[in-house]
Design a protein around this ligand. Structure first.
Ligand SMILES: C[S@@+](CC[C@H](N)C(=O)[O-])C[C@H]1O[C@@H](n2cnc3c(N)ncnc32)[C@H](O)[C@@H]1O
Length: 325
């Protein structure tokens, strides 16, 4: 499985661009961009090259980690999947493209689409030093218009993107992204109730169009979680020194909460239960909240069931509970 930290090549490229940049200016820009996001303004605050770089330094490690965790879950359920082509919608600095390239050595063609000129320029600059990514094709424009003319791809990804468009637009874009998906469409969103609600809307829309959920759900039925609960996961990632300075953060790591759905054309051959929260392990038993093909289950695995207890002690939030073979 792929590690959640940025590939060395990408990290070095970002660090090199940080040299010569005023840390306080970059931190101010990153803070202003974060505020615009919190206020629902999306990527509109990213205009200059410095804004794009500040965004990438502040957010790329976390969105990369979330996409990587989602792709790892997909690969675990479908180890045969070996996509040759990728379409990254709302690609920004190319985060999901880098994550997919790491996850799938089979990928040969990389197509990216985004409306933001500054983020596209940064993505091309960062990818320029990578042997695999330097030939990528990055179209600047509105996603719907750009996708209408795009070639279909084996893997289509929209990472932290659909929250930036309205509901009507989202439905139309979802239909279009699915039309361009040969095998699997992955949507990743922030792990908030609102992000989850968008994932569920896309999931329901595409299941009605014949899609099957490869991950995280072990079924194509209605999500069994009831508000105020929502399905989300967390990925821990290391914070580099530059990352810490930019975010005025003390801790050497951060935990990124995310929600996701990987939807495939073919039904998955295995549908493992999914761990929906960090299990509680005592000397008596392991208690874990699982999403199973039959709905929600609070599993209790007693210590006396020795082998099963030992396995359950290793379960982590987000894991697939694979059958022992
Ligand atoms: C939060 S950023 C995420 C970037 C990248 N996918 C990542 O995970 O780091 C959202 C991206 O979606 C792009 N975007 C939003 N609405 C768009 C649209 N209608 N057409 C094309 N790109 C759009 C923005 O320009 C921005 O680059």
């Amino acid at each position: 499985m792929t590690a959640p930290d940025l590939p060395a090549e990408l990290k070095a490229a970002l660090d090199a661009r940080l040299e010569g940049l005023s840390r306080s200016d970059a931190a101010d820009r990153a803070a202003a961009i974060s505020k615009t996001y919190r206020d629902g303004g999306g990527s509109s605050a990213i205009r200059a090259g410095t804004d794009a770089l500040a965004y990438a330094l502040a957010r790329m490690p976390a969105t990369y980690a979330a996409v990587t965790a989602s792709l790892n879950a997909l690969r675990e359920v479908n180890p045969q999947f070996a996509p040759k082509s990728l379409l990254d919608v709302g690609a920004g600095p190319g985060t999901a493209t880098w994550a997919a390239a790491e996850a799938f050595s089979s990928l040969q063609n990389f197509s990216l689409v985004d409306a933001n000129r500054a983020l596209r320029a940064l993505a091309l600059d960062l990818a320029g030093g990578s042997v695999r990514l330097r030939e990528l094709d990055y179209h600047q424009g509105e996603a719907r218009a750009a996708l209408a003319d795009a070639e279909a791809a084996d893997l289509v990804v929209a990472s932290y993107m659909i929250g930036e468009i309205g509901e009507v637009e989202r439905k139309a874009l979802t239909e279009l992204m699915w039309a361009k998906t040969r095998d699997t469409l992955l949507i990743v969103e922030p792990g908030t109730p609102a992000g989850y609600a968008r994932i569920i809307a896309v999931r329901e829309q595409l299941i009605a169009s014949g899609a099957h959920v490869a991950a995280p759900c072990p079924h194509d039925g209605k999500c069994p979680l009831q508000a105020p609960d929502w399905c989300h996961f967390t990925q821990r990632l290391p914070r580099s020194r530059a990352h810490r300075l930019l975010k005025s953060a003390e801790l050497p790591f951060e935990d990124e909460k995310f929600s996701y759905a990987a939807l495939s054309r073919a039904p998955p051959t295995q549908r493992p239960a999914r761990v929906l929260a960090q299990p509680v392990a005592t000397k008596v038993e392991v208690t874990a909240k699982l999403c199973t093909p039959d709905g929600l289950d609070i599993a209790k695995v007693p210590h006396r069931a020795k082998a099963a207890y030992a396995r359950a002690r290793r379960w982590r939030w987000g894991d697939a509970v694979m059958e022992e073979g």
